[in-house]
Design a binder for this molecule. Structure first.
Ligand code: UDP
Ligand code: MN
Length: 341
């Protein structure tokens, strides 16, 4: 059967030895601050939709902004590392390759190209996951109870650099090789999972399938997170940004000010997506990107004229004494005390 590569044994002990031998690259950059690598990517090919590549550029700028504020590293992949793992499955070989190449990285955070960070201040509560290895957005009832493939989302999740995770990636990837295997598992998912037709296996259904069929093997190390928006379905969010701004402040990360707005089914780069009206998707993305960018621009005295336009204007008078202002809210993002070293 398919594997992502040679079985890695004794990984945790080997990684611990590497970390001891390389004290300049600690897995925790400060007490309670794991070293985090944000990983995203897109197809090696140019987008087929007219402004797809421009949207990808802006979506990546958004990730660069978020990572800079929080002191996270970021990796963008344009390669399909394994032809068997094409399409959205490509994140699995990529995660494995980065995991074993970077023993100093404690947590790897996969973020889809079409997911936008919309709370630049909020940071996941890393402490809370100290005894877990995989943090998925979602709900236990929906995953284990309803066996719903929409009970989680594979567009934004966090995985720890450890043996357990390498084993999980292997078990997960077994359902992904394109062709007959992917077709076969698609049919199984159609029967086993709720709400899902029998089309070819996708990575999100596959992780739900793994959890419901092998809960004993994996379940206790998986955290299903719903206390903040690790992945937020764009439809219920993109029309509320103005309201959020009038009522709340960044840093909440939950429904009041979602950490992530994910354009599920929108296919901004082109491709099959016919689920949603392209213009509606386009408008939503524009708004999400401007909403996020406003949180950054504000630090430098600028804002978008509205969430629907790329035009910006100055909102703070320029001054000859720039260091004199002490806006607390702005300071929290310009010089975050939580930032990694
Ligand atoms: N992706 C990639 N390389 C590819 C194809 C897809 O890295 O060749 C990534 C990309 O980040 C994309 C993600 O896989 O966002 C999942 O696909 P998509 O977002 O279209 O799925 P959806 O979230 O709409 O279900
Ligand atoms: Mn996506």
């Amino acid at each position: 059967p398919y594997t992502l590569g040679p079985a890695v044994r004794d990984y945790d002990a080997r990684r611990a030895a590497w970390l001891t031998a390389h004290p300049r690259f600690p897995a925790f950059v400060a007490p309670r601050r794991p070293r985090v690598l944000v990983i995203t990517g897109s197809s090696p090919r140019r987008c087929s939709s007219r402004d797809g590549d421009h949207m990808l550029l802006r979506a990546f700028k958004n990730k660069a902004d978020y990572c800079r504020v929080h002191g996270f590293d970021v990796f963008y992949s344009n390669a399909v590392l394994d032809a068997e793992m094409s399409g959205f499955w490509t994140k699995l070989p990529l995660l494995r390759a980065l995991m074993v190449a970077h023993p100093e990285t404690e947590l790897l955070w996969w973020v889809d190209s079409d997911a936008v960070f919309t709370d630049m201040l909020f940071e996941p509560p890393w402490d809370k996951y100290a005894s877990h290895n995989l943090v998925l957005p979602g709900w236990e009832d929906a995953v284990y109870g309803a066996r719903n493939w929409l009970g989680t989302n594979a567009g934004s999740f966090v995985i720890r650099n450890c043996q357990w995770s390498l084993d999980l990636l292997d078990a997960w990837a077994k359902m992904g090789p394109r062709g007959p295997v992917r077709e076969h598992y698609g049919k199984i998912f159609g029967k086993t999972l709720s709400n899902r037709a029998a089309y070819e296996a996708d990575d999100q259904s596959a992780i739900v399938y793994l959890l419901v069929t092998q809960r004993g093997r994996w379940g206790d190390k998986v955290f299903l997170e719903s206390s903040y928006v690790l992945h937020g379905y764009w439809k219920g969010i993109v029309d509320r940004y103005e309201e959020m701004r009038s009522k709340w402040r960044p840093g909440l990360g939950d429904d009041r000010w979602p950490l992530v707005t994910h354009f599920v089914g929108c296919k901004p780069c082109g491709g099959q997506g016919a689920t949603y009206d392209a213009a509606e998707c386009r408008r939503g993305m524009e708004r999400a990107l401007n909403f996020a960018d406003d949180q950054i621009l504000k630090l430098y005295g600028f804002q978008h004229e509205s969430l629907n336009t790329t035009a910006v204007h100055r909102v703070k008078n320029d001054t000859g004494r720039p260091m004199d202002s002490d806006d607390e809210e702005i300071g929290r993002l310009l010089h975050p005390t939580f930032r990694a070293a």
